[in-house]
Design a protein around this ligand. Structure first.
Ligand SMILES: Nc1ncnc2c1ncn2[C@@H]1O[C@H](COP(=O)(O)OP(=O)(O)O)[C@@H](O)[C@H]1O
Ligand SMILES: [Mg+2]
Length: 249
C-alpha cells in the first residue's frame, strides 16, 4: 500500500459547498452552519480558527462524514457527494481515508499504546504481524518507542495525544481532522503535536484540517480560515513560519 500522498500535493482533497446545519433546541432551531463553502488541499495545513461556539466542530463533523448537514454537498477524494453514500460506505470512507485527533484523545483505557494503534489497522484487514510492525513504527515516529506498552493512565496528556496521532498516521490517511488538538496540553507538548501534524502534510502530502481557537498555531499553517457564528469571515493563504516561536503560555 502507498504510504505517501505527496505526489498529490496542491491538488484538492476535500471541498464543500453551501453547508447548512441546524440543531433543534426546545421549540426552535438554531442555525450553526449558515452556508459554508470550504476546500482543502493535499500537503496543506488548513487551519480553521474561531471562537468557542462558532461552529468549528460541527463543520469538521460535516466534512468528515460524522454528522449529516441539512443542506450542501461534500466532495472528498473520489467521493463526489459523500453524503449521498450509504451509511456503510461513509463508515468505510472514514476508516480508509480519515485520521481523527480530538482534544480528549479518545483512547481505550484498557489498551496499551501499541494496541490502540493496532486496533485501527485490524479494521483495514492488516494482518497481526504487519499491524504490529506498523504500530511500532508509527509510535517510534512520534517519539514513543519506549512507551509502546503503557496504558493511557500511565501516560501524560502530551504522550496520549501522540498515541492518538500515531493511531491516525498508521493508516496513512489522505485526510487528517484535528479538533483542538493542543488545547488540553502544555506549551511544549502542544508544540510537538502541531509539528507532527505539520510533518504529516509536508512529508506525506496529507490534507490536514486543524480546528483551533489558539492563535499560536497559525505559524504552522499554509492557510488560515476564520469562522464566526457559522460563517466564513476570511480565508488567507500564507507561508508557514520557518522557525515558529515557542508555544509557551
Ligand atoms: N448536538 C447539538 N445539539 C444542539 N446544539 C448543538 C449541538 N452541537 C453543537 N450545538 C451548538 O452549535 C453551536 C456550535 O457548536 P460547535 O460546532 O461545537 O462550535 P465550536 O466547535 O466552534 O466551539 C454551539 O452553539 C453549540 O451549542
Ligand atoms: Mg469545538
Amino acid at each position: 500500500m502507498s504510504n505517501d500522498h505527496s505526489h498529490l500535493r496542491g491538488q484538492s482533497a476535500l471541498s464543500a459547498q453551501g453547508l447548512v446545519k441546524r440543531f433543534k433546541t426546545g421549540r426552535t432551531f438554531i442555525e450553526v452552519l449558515k452556508g459554508v463553502d470550504f476546500d482543502a488541499r493535499h500537503g496543506d495545513v488548513t487551519m480553521v480558527m474561531g471562537p468557542s461556539g462558532s461552529g468549528k466542530s460541527t463543520l469538521v463533523a460535516a466534512l468528515s462524514g460524522l454528522l449529516k448537514p441539512d443542506e450542501g454537498k461534500v466532495t472528498a477524494l473520489e467521493a463526489n457527494d459523500l453524503w449521498s453514500l450509504s451509511a456503510g460506505k461513509i463508515d468505510r470512507f472514514r476508516l480508509d481515508h480519515c485520521g481523527f485527533i480530538f482534544q480528549g484523545f479518545n483512547l481505550f483505557p484498557a489498551l496499551t499504546a501499541k494496541q490502540q494503534v493496532m486496533t485501527v489497522l485490524k479494521y483495514q484487514n492488516v494482518g497481526p504481524g504487519e499491524a504490529s510492525r506498523r504500530a511500532q513504527a508509527a509510535l517510534e515516529s512520534v517519539g514513543l518507542g519506549p512507551r509502546v506498552n503503557q496504558r493511557p493512565s500511565e501516560l501524560s496528556g502530551g504522550e496520549k495525544q501522540r498515541v492518538a496521532i500515531a493511531r491516525a498516521l498508521a493508516k496513512n490517511p489522505n485526510l487528517i481532522f484535528a479538533d483542538e488538538p493542543t488545547s488540553a496540553l502544555d506549551g511544549k507538548s502542544g508544540e510537538i503535536v502541531i509539528k507532527l501534524l505539520r510533518a504529516a502534510a509536508t512529508e506525506r502530502g496529507a490534507a490536514v484540517i486543524c480546528v483551533t481557537h489558539d492563535p499560536r498555531l497559525e505559524a504552522y499553517a499554509d492557510r488560515v480560515i476564520h469562522i464566526e457564528d457559522g460563517r466564513i469571515l476570511d480565508d488567507v493563504r500564507r507561508t508557514p513560519d520557518a522557525n515558529p516561536g515557542p508555544l509557551s503560555h
